[in-house]
Design a protein. Sequence first.
Lengths: 598, 598
Amino acid sequence: MVGLIDLNTVEEDCPLPLSPDSSTASSTFSSALSPRTNNHMDPSGSSSLCLELWHACAGPLISLPKKGSPVVYLPRGHLEHVGSDSNFPNPVLDLPPHISSLVVDVKLHADVVTDDVYAQVSLLPVIEQSEQKWSEGEAEVDLEDDDFNLYPKSSTPHMFCKTLTASDTSTHGGFSVPRRAAEDCFPPLDYTQQRPSQELIAKDLHGLEWRFRHIYRGQPRRHLLTTGWSAFVNKKKLVSGDAVLFLRASNGELRLGIRRAAQVKGFSAIPSACIRHLNQRALLDVPKAISEGRVFNVYYDPRGTSSEFVVPCRKFFKSLDCTLAPAMRFKMRVEADDGAERRCSGLITHLTDLDPVRWDDKESDRCSRISPWEIEPSGLVPSLSSTIMPGFKRSRLGIPPLQPDHPTSNGIGSSDSKESTRFQKVLQGQENTGFTSPYNRIRKLEHSCDIGNGSSYTVPINAEKSMGYFESFRVHEVLQDQETSANPSHSRAWVVNENDVNGGFNPPPTNQGFMFHASPPMSNAPLHSPFSVLTSPPAGKAFRSWKGSKHFRLEFRHSSSKEQSANKVSGSDSRSSSCRLFGISLGEGRTVASKLGS
Amino acid sequence: MVGLIDLNTVEEDCPLPLSPDSSTASSTFSSALSPRTNNHMDPSGSSSLCLELWHACAGPLISLPKKGSPVVYLPRGHLEHVGSDSNFPNPVLDLPPHISSLVVDVKLHADVVTDDVYAQVSLLPVIEQSEQKWSEGEAEVDLEDDDFNLYPKSSTPHMFCKTLTASDTSTHGGFSVPRRAAEDCFPPLDYTQQRPSQELIAKDLHGLEWRFRHIYRGQPRRHLLTTGWSAFVNKKKLVSGDAVLFLRASNGELRLGIRRAAQVKGFSAIPSACIRHLNQRALLDVPKAISEGRVFNVYYDPRGTSSEFVVPCRKFFKSLDCTLAPAMRFKMRVEADDGAERRCSGLITHLTDLDPVRWDDKESDRCSRISPWEIEPSGLVPSLSSTIMPGFKRSRLGIPPLQPDHPTSNGIGSSDSKESTRFQKVLQGQENTGFTSPYNRIRKLEHSCDIGNGSSYTVPINAEKSMGYFESFRVHEVLQDQETSANPSHSRAWVVNENDVNGGFNPPPTNQGFMFHASPPMSNAPLHSPFSVLTSPPAGKAFRSWKGSKHFRLEFRHSSSKEQSANKVSGSDSRSSSCRLFGISLGEGRTVASKLGS
DNA sequence: TTGTCTCCCATTGGGAGACAA
DNA sequence: TTGTCTCCCAATGGGAGACAA
């Protein structure tokens, strides 16, 4: 049984008492050990208080989609959120890399056993027309800024959050309340008394009441919670490093939440076990739901911030406009130790999947992988692409992956600039394969960066064997069964792998209608969502014909200045290995387009 | 991480440390709270001791298939083992009701958190030929008796099992060891001393050592475990009612296991949460594995005895030979309170899904549903069918569901006997629909039994809404979209529902080649495995053409004395309701054969 | 202002025999 | 023979100010 806050209804009772078995992750597993609670919310306005508490527990970074808002759902990001596992079948292998969806419902929950907060987001896969509209015409659909960030931060009430010290969690004595916090959140004490004290009653996310003796004593005087405190610590299994959270509502009621210290595996916060389990089961329904055009659920862990797999449409497509490149500076919202929101800046160092960024505050063990839509380029360093190719600034155009023997007419292949020479320094010692396109140059750069200065940054942080997550993998470089029906030298199709995306994947210079398509990596190596999937509008067409059958057809249209043609590539899905860097690969499918630049 | 005992290899280490995530049910969920153990087994013969301990914990009723033995796998029984759940997709809907398989591996495990023992059975779906062989020619494949019951009971070592009393689990004092148990299992004390004592070291299933002070004291003297005992009780979260188990191996080492009191829901022992979860995930792989002819795993909970979903081939097919009917007496192995094996006898009272049996010891709250292959008819009461139809004794022939307007030549439809008149007494008050076939008579009987004498037995024990398990259901009696390509009056096909099976489903009297096919019930009402699925040999052909596509074709061949013909019935799967009693229904498929006897 | 320490003393609970079912 | 009780006393841990960072 989980505490449930329904954002969409104002019913007095929780209308959906989940069947005991459906919440296996949370309660069934420990129901014998934990007391059952009835989670009837107080109808008199305190349900909105719960909402405040939920957001307080979720932290400042949470951005939840609004009911009715358009989003992009990333199945492989979802899979990674769940964690990969040899036993666990990969249900999204045959799905397109991203799925435009409509948020039809958002419910806030909290696990009864662990108090983990999570959101149940119900998504309806959108049909072709509206999808097309969203992605193509940004002007048409001017999404409001508050499609996400549903909870108004300005209204944050009297609240404090304190990370527990060793003394707070020790068996001797209670909880030392910061002075300002106590004065702000707790009812005032009668300071005329010798040792002023009162009983505080605070409700947790499930509506469970906790009683504490609040006393002002000691020399010098301080606010303490004594009786009742250790029971709370024990029941919630709090340890020093976890944080508690008090919140006083407008009606004076006190609410109490917890934020456990992030479970960090290899610098990357992982979602809690109960949420992983919910998503495991949810994920299994996704393929069927999508094929049937039916609503499906995903569970979003606001504390495991590393995997956004539901991204607001606008944010997602906007991030396509922005070209990322090494030496580019950026800013990003992060959560500070005290739970507050900060902005941190950093530098894109590599174009690899591993440690692509360096943060300005070096000692931080912040996650070292970022999503394009999470950051803002800080604009100080000019974009590499726009410098290299003056003709193609931002927007969705950028560095074209031209082949040396097929230079396009605008002479981009031979362009040079301070940026590119500056980065070419690190190329020394690498054999020159004769590739001179800027795209290829960036590739080389990436490798040389790894070798040149990356000694302290090249630890494969995501290759934690113990987790089974994010295993580093070597994608086969072999191209199997190359179909030559598409002329390689003219094909505009290639794999967008994590590096491409992170390094600012750049489509070929066309006037309109280019497309690119992300390649799923090898079937048993889940790709981190931020890097896995980007598809510009027309690709929707492609995956739609792919969807529902093992046979797929891709249409590549490139209306460049010279030629107006359409290449069609088709093939049938059969098991073979994936390819690396160049070539088109679909799921476990045969590689159908060939390597570029060879 | 789970303790693992590999029955098939004698490797010194546990060779397969499951990835942490694959054992979500057991360790990932509580890994933060429970200490990690390394489960390296002592190579010097103690791994066989672990095996003994595992079986001791599993209880006397467990029968595990041997590696290499042929079994029948019942997907819907598996699903029920897992528990149904609206959230949880039903992955076996499209599967045939039973699947002949080969046991390719059996591994014994124990959950680290709960100490639940379970077996991981790897099954390989068998291909047509061998399947045919097993089911058709029993003489050809003479299965050994020890295909199951792998563990030799005779070799049970010095062992005792004691259900914990309130004093044993209280915070004051330790564990009172039964005298004989202490003398049998523990090293002898030096009784010349004033208060003889020693330190006992016992290893649990995971190889973890527990130390206890064993002392002989008190007035009168008794054996006690003091120091260390309460730590054990706390760590294992034992409560009075649970049982502990000490076992002394031939090498003198002491082993220690636990058997928790059965979690009973509505008189039916349910599998532990961790095993349910393992099976949930395993089940999702089953359809794909079967379609690919690949090995899949199932997890068997020896303590949750109610759901056998892997049945030895011979046992399964043998049970087809036996006609069950009301008033029939039977015997069955059960586990007594002290954990020992008993034989209990009972009476088949009803032919319903609910409470079909009455046990001789009335006060027992034993499960009131049985599987045909779990029991032995005790032969005192003659089989109803053989009495009614002298021509068709045991074997697979029995009461033919004849239509009154199509009596067969041997005049069975008009037979009468003491048995049938005796049971017809209770028919008074029921309207006579004019059906006179014995089959129909049994149907009526069943209903009248419910009304006549069943007041204390008609509680639908399996309709526990709280569990979501075993929900009682009313199958629609409507036959939708009857296809008349098969002449109803000549078709030999009809639904075998739970009642038919329990009541001794009887195929029509043909010389050879009849078939019958179980109907899955309504999609959201999982059927209890014992009653769900029975298919005689030729049906394999049918479901194999059904398998893998939504379109199915059934061939009904009945070479009766009069006519030699083959009816083919085909249709396409579409969602519709199931039918009751008569007619063919496949999964959620359209009913293709019509009602018999109307 | 607040984290840690130490002291005080009430409560908890292991360990023993008494006693009875 | 063994389950429960009560007594004894050591261990635990809440609650206070001292003290220092």
